[in-house]
Design a protein around this ligand. Structure first.
Ligand code: AMP
Ligand code: MN
Ligand code: MN
Ligand code: MN
Length: 285
């Protein structure tokens, strides 16, 4: 039983349309699939309809950017109602700063001699207001300035590097309120990626649970095996369900394809059975 509860389309920083993602997930043997664009619900109707045509069970999702302890933390909202007004408005406010941030990022790159990055990144962004560091990375690769997007992030787009701009995203409390208000379940995405001190990480998990969060992404392309074991221990400690996903963005760019990656640890309760469409299947075949 292959599930994949984390993926991106052209509505945020993925390279495939929602319909193309649905086809790829289906072809890869995924039985339950979630699309989770950054701060964006715009592709969910197309994804749901394409998945429906294929007989692929679909979970509408979103990955919300949150500022916590000076770090950007991603919170997945799964099984949300894409029409919920508070969620729609909250995400629209969260996205609002992206274009201005992109101008500042381009200014930073211009200062080290890289001209034209704003227009370059915008040309890669399917939706102007979803312009992200990934679009800058793809443009810099296209220009031959770096050979792959990972190197671009290391050299130009992470904290302290010329194209990095500090940004204030949603609060943890707001993100959880929007997700729960829209009928969804919240999961902390790829926790091993954050540069938090042990105290800050403890605070993140404690506050997340306090706000009604129920799951954590244990299996992620961002995690090493050691990370996965550590996050599984956090899930046990905080009584969270385990989630997992490829975080697929683009062929040839993402570490895992849709549906790839190991199964969830068997001793942890999984999030996905609580999301299965109509909630009617507890023992899938
Ligand atoms: P943004 O929301 O504009 O800050 O962009 C964040 C996105 O950049 C993430 O969702 C990833 O898709 C991508 N990203 C972040 N760090 C890296 C990295 N080190 N290598 C490749 N992609 C990254
Ligand atoms: Mn991304
Ligand atoms: Mn993420
Ligand atoms: Mn993601």
């Amino acid at each position: 039983m292959i599930t994949d509860l984390h993926s991106h389309s052209t509505h945020s920083d993925g390279a495939l349309s929602p319909a193309a993602l649905a086809q790829r997930a289906h072809r890869n043997g995924v039985a339950l699939w979630a699309m989770t664009d950054h701060d964006q619900l715009g592709g969910l109707a197309e994804a749901a309809s394409a998945a429906g045509d294929l007989g692929l069970a679909f979970v509408p999702g979103v990955e919300i950017s949150v500022s916590f302890a000076g770090e950007t933390v991603h919170i997945l909202g799964l099984g949300i109602d894409p029409a919920d007004p508070d969620l729609v408005n909250g995400l629209s406010r969260t996205r609002a700063g992206r274009i201005e941030r992109a101008r500042e990022m381009a200014d930073g790159l211009a200062r080290v001699g890289i001209q034209g990055a704003f227009d370059g990144a915008m040309a890669h962004a399917g939706q102007p207001e979803s312009v992200s560091r990934t679009h800058f990375a793809r443009w810099l690769v296209e220009r031959g300035i770096c050979s792959d997007t990972n190197s671009v992030f290391r050299r130009y787009l992470t904290e302290g590097k010329p194209g990095f701009v500090t940004h204030r995203w949603a609060s943890l409390g707001d993100a959880l309120r929007w997700i729960r208000g829209a009928g969804g379940k919240a999961a902390i995405a790829h926790p091993a990626r954050y540069r938090l001190t042990p105290n800050e990480e403890f605070a993140l998990f404690t506050e997340f649970v306090g706000h009604g969060g129920v799951a954590v992404e244990v299996v992620s392309a961002s995690h090493t095996e050691r990370d996965q074991a550590r996050v599984a221990a956090l899930a046990r400690e905080f009584g969270l369900r385990a989630s997992g996903g490829s975080d697929f963005h683009a062929p040839g760019e993402s570490r895992w394809d849709l549906g790839a990656g190991p199964p969830l640890p068997e001793d942890l309760p999984a999030l996905w059975p609580t999301l299965w469409p109509n909630g009617c299947i507890s023992t899938p075949t």
